[in-house]
Design a protein around this ligand. Structure first.
Ligand code: HEC
Length: 132
């Protein structure tokens, strides 16, 4: 139960310490290269764009055609749900169209999630109109 604990630390100590506890966004940016085959922050590709991802319910973009499985998953994207989904997407959401084996290394996932958390909130990387 690493993430609920980290969330409490975040509340007490603020976001900067929270990021250090969760992972390294710089290393996460490198790991995100694996996702670029199908995703980008700004634009839909074969996968949905990631701008505004944190705090957004799964399958929320009106202009992307999601699988019924992801639409009915009931997930909201945060550290815990991303950690679970990215470890093994097809197991976490059977029927998802994200045909990707996942990021098996938990430190790599923590780094990736730390990156996503900052990058998907960055107004410069997410031009207006690219969030739902
Ligand atoms: C082979 C292409 C492919 C790769 C590689 C891929 N994805 Fe995806 N991803 C998709 C598709 C397609 C969907 C939509 C899934 C659905 O509708 O079931 C998706 C959905 C998602 C979602 C849900 C978004 C939403 O709006 O609900 C997240 C989060 C995500 N991917 C993260 C990642 C990350 C992080 C990586 C890299 C570690 C990655 N994906 C790699 C194709 C891919």
């Amino acid at each position: 139960m690493k993430y609920p604990f980290a969330a409490v630390i975040c509340l007490i100590a603020g976001a900067s310490l929270c990021q250090a506890a969760d992972g390294d966004p710089g290393r996460g940016a490198q790991i995100y290269q694996r996702c670029l085959a199908c995703h980008s922050l700004e634009h839909n590709r074969s996968g949905p764009r990631h701008c505004g991802l944190f705090g957004r319910p799964a399958a929320a973009l009106p202009d992307f055609s999601y699988s019924p499985a992801l639409k009915s998953s009931g997930l909201v994207w945060d550290e815990a749900s991303l950690d679970h989904f990215l470890e093994n997407p097809l197991k976490a959401v059977p029927g998802t169209r994200m045909a990707y084996a996942g990021v098996k290394n938990s430190q790599e996932r923590a780094d990736l999630i730390a990156y996503l958390k900052s990058a998907t909130r960055d107004a410069e990387k997410c031009p207006s109109g690219s969030s739902p």
